[in-house]
Design a protein. Structure first.
Length: 260
């Protein structure tokens, strides 16, 4: 067997294995939505739970992350703002939490939660929304709602509602740990862009976090940039997140289409 033929055979085997892995991941992600819905439906403290983003609109794919909005009762709002992970009841290991209250509604919060699913990172954009200002956006998929706490509906999209109710910035600099968490997020986003065939989008994300020059015409160049970015995450508390993200990069490399 020629060297080129052997290489093509190895690549095909890797692609099939990666595709099966990604399918298991997507199925597990969808199971999590069901578990979160069940947990929230059984919790008297949750009066609203919505899914937004591409998956809610039927436009997502196996690479898509989750976007969830939780509306708790006033009595537990501060507890949920402090710890949004517990209210979700996802039942998966948390690799890290990336808090950005300014990205959420005033009086509530936003947290990016990275779960480990099938030895891969699952990113959940979690918004905690106070009941007083909550409205069900027109592009939301309603998972839980209570008759005793009706929430008004609007035709506005979720992004417009967040912009209208955005929490004020508290100021202050970014910690090194937050920077490293953001590098992991950037690696996740760039990897799925690459796997979807958007090499330019992947390269833009890498440049945003100051990765050295990337040749957008070469998958290998973008992959090298992703691996370089992971080497900058040195916090020992993030070691497991780095490994899961490295697996994500491997899967993206195996499934990325070649540049035309």
């Amino acid at each position: 067997m020629s060297r080129d033929r052997l290489r093509r055979k190895v690549n095909l085997v890797q692609e099939v294995a990666a595709r099966e892995w990604l399918d298991r991941y997507a199925a597990a992600r969808d199971d999590i939505v069901g578990r979160v819905m069940t947990a929230s439906d059984g919790s008297p403290g949750v009066v609203g739970l919505w899914q937004v983003g591409s998956l809610a609109q039927g436009a997502g794919d196996a690479w898509s992350d989750l976007d969830l909005v939780v509306v708790p009762i006033d009595q537990i709002l501060s507890d949920v703002v402090t710890d949004p992970v517990q209210i979700l009841g996802a039942g998966e290991r948390v690799l890290f939490v990336f808090r950005r209250p300014v990205n959420g509604p005033a009086g509530g919060t936003y947290a990016g939660i990275c779960f480990e699913v099938e030895h891969l990172p699952l990113w959940v954009d979690c918004y905690v929304w106070p009941l007083q200002t909550a409205q069900v956006p027109g592009d939301a998929r309603v998972l839980v709602e209570r008759r005793d706490h009706p929430i008004p509906r609007t035709a506005d999209e979720f992004s417009a509602l967040v912009d209208r109710h955005r929490a004020p910035s508290a100021g202050g600099g970014e910690s090194d740990q937050d920077r490293q968490r953001f590098c992991l997020l950037a690696t996740l986003v760039a990897s799925k862009n690459l796997a979807r065939g958007d090499q330019s989008g992947a390269a833009r994300m890498l440049r945003w976090v100051d990765v050295p020059a990337i040749d957008v015409t070469q998958v290998t160049s973008v992959i090298a940039g992703l691996r370089h970015l992971l080497t900058t995450v040195t916090d020992p508390d993030l070691a497991d997140a780095v490994q899961a993200t490295a697996n994500w990069v491997d899967m993206a490399e195996a499934l990325a289409p070649s540049a035309p």
